[in-house]
Design a protein around this ligand. Structure first.
Ligand SMILES: Cc1cc2nc3c(=O)[nH]c(=O)nc-3n(C[C@H](O)[C@H](O)[C@H](O)COP(=O)(O)OP(=O)(O)OC[C@H]3O[C@@H](n4cnc5c(N)ncnc54)[C@H](O)[C@@H]3O)c2cc1C
Length: 284
């Protein structure tokens, strides 16, 4: 997304076909060990050196940090806490001084690796810079606006998976000589799940529609991400409850939904940060 929006023609031609076809996997590095929600306070630096740049520092929690063929990296090019002090760079795997570090041992989303990116006097040419020097943080916020719709859609998928599995199981599982869906306590859980899933879907379509029309959608994407991710956690939690003891085992899919869903309220900005974004927008 970052290269699509902010790369120049040469960068787009070089990277987008490979990334779009899946031949290459991309990574995006904003977060660091000590700067997550407060990403603007990053410590990873890019220093001008002749006609290129030297990167030093680490990025943490980076999806596809090991398997990624290319990474977009946000690095500080100005003084800490100064305005416009971040710039975006494209760094290819194999660039001397760029290595992948520790892989996180996660609760869920275990099929996609999350790892550290380490930059130790990593030299890159100025042609790898995206956009203007100092424009990186603004670019990152734009990328996150779109990324949040993707996380909302991911959340919706998990919520639907949990709901559909619960619906089926509740009609099949017999207790007290009847399907457990006959018990209002179970049926009402399904009603809550179905309703919240539809609301999530509408919020996601609203944000995606605005994005497709190139209209501002910071508030809408944050609302969709916040709501859909919390609903995914609620639906996955209720699904485990509906499955009873079986839900607590790896024989059924709902324990995976339960573990995977929690990432959605954290990644691409926590629910608290979404509320910060939404409240700033409504108080404008
Ligand atoms: C599996 C996974 C994949 C990820 N992939 C990527 C990736 O590809 N690229 C990338 O750059 N990052 C990635 N991240 C990082 C992710 O975006 C951060 O984890 C997230 O932004 C939260 O930052 P943090 O973990 O440092 O938590 P912190 O910022 O330390 O937050 C801790 C708690 O404090 C709360 N908090 C913080 N500030 C405030 C505030 N101002 N008001 C109220 N509450 C606040 C938070 O909501 C949270 O509850 C990934 C994370 C995970 C877990």
């Amino acid at each position: 997304g970052h290269i699509l929006y902010f790369g120049n023609d040469e960068q787009k031609q070089k990277y987008l076909p490979k990334l779009a076809s899946g031949e290459w996997i991309g990574a995006w590095g904003l977060t660091e060990a000590n700067t997550g929600s407060d990403a603007g306070n990053m410590q990873c630096t890019a220093t001008k050196d002749g006609d290129g740049w030297v990167l030093n520092g680490t990025k943490n929690w980076i999806t596809h940090g090991i398997s990624g063929n290319v990474a977009v990296v946000l690095a500080r090019t100005g003084e800490p806490r100064a305005k416009s002090n971040v710039t975006a760079f494209i760094v290819e795997k194999g660039t001397p001084g760029f290595t992948a570090g520790k892989k996180e041992n996660k609760l869920g989303m275990r099929a996609s690796e999350t790892a550290e990116l380490v930059f130790d006097n990593c030299r890159i040419s100025d042609a790898q810079r995206m956009g203007e020097v100092g424009d990186g943080f603004r670019q990152a916020m734009k990328v996150l606006d779109g990324g949040r719709i993707s996380i909302a859609a991911l959340s919706l998928g998990i919520a639907k998976g949990a709901y559909e599995a619960s619906l089926k199981y509740s009609k099949e599982r017999q207790q007290f000589d009847q399907p457990i869906s006959n018990f209002q306590a179970i049926a009402f859980k399904l009603a809550d799940m179905a309703t919240k899933i539809e609301v999530s879907e509408m919020l996601i379509y609203q944000a995606a529609d605005k994005k497709n029309r190139h209209e501002p959608m910071t508030k809408e994407s944050a609302m969709a991400k916040y709501y859909a991710s919390e609903v995914a956690v609620q639906c996955a939690t209720e699904a485990v409850q509906i499955f009873g003891g079986y839900g607590y085992t790896k024989d059924f899919p709902v324990e995976k939904y339960y573990r995977d869903s929690k990432l959605c309220t954290i990644g691409e900005g926590t629910s608290e940060i979404q509320k910060l974004v939404i409240s700033r927008e409504v108080l404008k």
